[in-house]
Design a protein around this ligand. Sequence first.
Ligand SMILES: *[C@@H]1O[C@H](CO)[C@@H](O)[C@H](O)[C@H]1NC(C)=O
Ligand SMILES: *[C@@H]1O[C@H](CO)[C@@H](O)[C@H](O)[C@H]1NC(C)=O
Ligand SMILES: *[C@@H]1O[C@H](CO)[C@@H](O)[C@H](O)[C@H]1NC(C)=O
Length: 526
Amino acid sequence: MKLVVFLLSFVQLAFSYNFLVFCPLFGHSHTTYFAKIADTLTDAGHNVTFFTPTIMRRFSKHAYLKSTKNVIHLEPSEKLAILGDKFEAGDTSQFWVSDSTLLKALPVMDTFTRAFEEQTAVLGRNLELLDKLKAMKFDAMIFESFVIPAYALLDYLEIPTILPATSIAYDEILARSIGEPIMTSAVPALSSAFTDQMTFVQRIVNTMSSHLKSLIMPKREFKSLRFPHSTIEISSQGSMSSFVFTNSNPYLDYARPTIEKNVQIGGISVDVDQLKSQKVNEDWGEILNLRTKTMLISFGSIMLSKDMPLENRIALVSTMDKFPEVTFIWKYESNDTDEFAKGVKNIHFSNWIPQTALLADSRLSAFFTHAGLGSTNEVSYLGKPAILCPIFADQMRNAKMLARHNGSVEISKYELGQSEKLEEVFKKILYDQSYTTASENLALQLANQPVKPRELLVRHAEFAARFGRLPSLDPYSRQMSFVSYFLIDVAATLFLISSLILYMVFKIARKPINYLFITPVKSKTN
Ligand SMILES: *[C@@H]1O[C@H](CO)[C@@H](O)[C@H](O)[C@H]1NC(C)=O
Ligand SMILES: *[C@@H]1O[C@H](CO)[C@@H](O)[C@H](O)[C@H]1NC(C)=O
Ligand SMILES: *[C@@H]1O[C@H](CO)[C@@H](O)[C@H](O)[C@H]1NC(C)=O
């Protein structure tokens, strides 16, 4: 049956389009997302070129693509490579014990801005390559919306159709640029730690953080690679996108108003069928067979467990020791485990773990995660109950978003040193069946979405490649002023008119009222 559907999808395909996916290498989850987009379009029969200039050399050896074969690399300049190293040197270990505030994000954003400027300069020094790309006459280009060099490239290659995408779940700046309503009253901002039910103060903070973000993001302008190299502002280009592909999923994220232009393909990177068919190797199989229950613990590739405060590691280990019938697999990046876990038999430490394969295995009972978007999507699609311990950035929002579905519990990073608290959440997630039921229900819903993320991407990309810019999808509200958008002028006018009418009615009716009610009363008392 699947094969027939697969073959039919080829029959339906009238044209093969020529797509350019532009993906500078500066982050793992970002590249995973764009590689998946490229492969999905390739698998649908299109001609996809993946242009991936290196910013961080660490990622250049990693194989992100499967079926896409046209790959163009570009070496970084000395300056760009140094900026790339700076990303890596950025000390995130402090976030185990402190909050990531806007102030702390500033230097990171400054590095981003400078890296993007240098990336644009590197493109400018490789015009021969760009001319070759231009000759390929792409129908459309897909790129991360905040990657500024992409706009210089678009401008130089004169690609008619613009398809920005984002590897994060919710980007207010992108939303604003396409005229999507930003409802800060009930939709948590990306960096927000609130749910959709906010108090008055939380709504103030949520509104502020949604707007302040645009101040710290890289300046949205670029220097044209064409003579006379004028500076072009990007806000004027945002609306020209045909669609934007966001890494959010309506069955997982908060319900909110959106527009047709926003195509939500969240979860496209999680290929459930493939993951379920691929088995973990024998060594891992043996570990999973050791006890009746197994919990996987990982804080991702940026927050390292080895940097966690020692008292937290001790508290975690002593909690695990209280569950002798459970095997704990802990992604741990150092060999100093004897310092805090000597003699505890049910913990398996490993520098590297096959995370998705383990999550897809029926023998795994639960997942202890930092709630990065990649892990959040994976655990949702693979239906495992989870303990969510967000550390920084969008992880706070992801955790709240997933916990809403009742298949997971959240624990604060500041509670990691409290064994009683840990024991309580471990008990819940391992032995309260309601969490397993809820997480399996969510996975079932995601598996049966009316339209799969993969199909949404392919159909919309084809439509855009065929019809180009789609002005009919550009809401006029995008150009309206604050006062007219929120009907403040209308409300003020209506208020004035109604006050005036009330006043006049009162004035005119005063005499008869006096006569009818007040006078007789007076006369009676007299
Ligand atoms: C795909 O694009 C490349 C580069 O433009 C071109 O050489 C190749 O012929 C194209 N293939 C198809 C099937 O269109
Ligand atoms: C631990 O790791 C360090 C650095 O990789 C290495 O030098 C050391 O020999 C290792 N110690 C043990 C006991 O494996
Ligand atoms: C989660 O549980 C609460 C309380 O029982 C319920 O109101 C809510 O609808 C549940 N949410 C989902 C997504 O099932």
